[in-house]
Design a protein around this ligand. Structure first.
Ligand code: SF4
Length: 301
């Protein structure tokens, strides 16, 4: 598709025209995918990264504007290179050849047209994982049904006032809940292969922000109430103040062990299953290098 006259791909419903290279909606992106990094990624949850890595494709731009974004270089500054759907399909083939466990599309919502086109060119033989902020429309997710095996959404906020303040999305909580319901409908229960690598299912990530443990706990309660044991939760303690977090005193530090433990204890009380993190992961060295220097091989061979 060369042009979209009125883009409604995500819950911002901008209704603006997008050409291949230009778009004046909230995400500021055209339709042609811009990619900042392609390659095996070893820092996802153990059942995703395994020992061979997850085949991550990091897309530039985002449908949220999180002031604390760890990938600020690509989400806000749009670092990356333009590729075609054919080159995206090449990425899937080449990642498969490298032996990764899955294809991991990171923040791809605003490029859904090209994503679907790429799957029509080549359907990966390994599971496809859709790694998202959770800010998705049900309509767009329905278009991915049959292509995506694993959803990895964030559920960032319970309180929409926080969502507006920190991520410029006034309706985030309601939208994310509806989106995750659709994801769970599509994937069903979690299934693994014989090596414990996830093949199907939904894992919900909950980021603990400093001074906001109550909100993270409210998110966990919502997950428990709506999904029971149908999803896994991943409680993220890796927060480091990045991007523009320095402008907000209350979130301008790492979280403490006490804060993290308070949230984890709540998940245990709710009998939720999933993953916790060693807080030593809260370091900028775990943020990938988005210079695309090693990506050319994936696009063109
Ligand atoms: S994908 Fe971009 S242009 Fe389209 S609705 Fe979302 S933010 Fe707006």
């Amino acid at each position: 598709m060369d042009t979209i006259e009125k883009c409604n791909a995500c819950p911002h419903h901008c209704g603006v025209k997008r050409t291949q290279l230009e778009g004046n909606g909230f995400c500021k992106m055209g339709l042609k995918p811009k990619v900042a990094r392609v390659g095996p990624h070893y820092w996802e949850e153990p059942c995703i990264s395994g020992n061979k890595g997850s085949g991550a494709i990091f897309f530039s731009g985002c449908t949220l504007k999180c002031v604390f974004c760890q990938n600020y270089e690509i989400s806000a500054n749009h670092v990356g290179v333009f590729i075609t759907p054919e080159q995206l399909a090449n990425c899937y083939r080449n990642l498969e050849r490298q032996g990764v466990h899955n294809i991991n599309l990171v923040s791809a919502s605003h490029f859904i047209e090209a994503i679907i086109e790429s799957f029509k060119i080549y359907r990966p033989k390994i599971p496809v994982l859709y790694n998202t902020s959770g800010y998705e429309t049900v309509e767009s997710l329905k278009r991915l049904e049959g292509y995506v095996d694993i959803y990895l959404p964030d559920f960032k906020f319970s309180d929409n006032r926080l969502a507006l303040k920190y991520s410029s999305a006034y309706n985030y909580s309601n939208v994310a809940l509806a989106a995750i319901k659709e994801m769970v409908r599509q994937t069903g229960d979690i299934t693994y292969d014989e090596n414990g690598i996830i093949q199907k299912g939904t894992i919900v990530r909950v980021l603990v922000l400093p001074n906001h443990t109550k909100d993270a706990m409210a998110v966990l309660s919502t997950i428990r109430a709506h999904f029971g044991s149908k999803v896994l939760v991943s409680i993220m303690g890796q927060y480091v103040p990045s991007g523009e977090a320095y402008k907000y005193e209350e979130i301008n530090r790492k979280i403490t062990e006490e804060e993290y433990d308070e949230v984890v204890d709540h998940a245990i009380d709710l009998d939720l299953d999933g993953f916790t993190q060693d807080l030593s992961a809260a370091d900028e060295e775990y943020i990938p290098n988005f210079d695309c220097s090693s990506s050319d091989y994936f696009f063109n061979t």
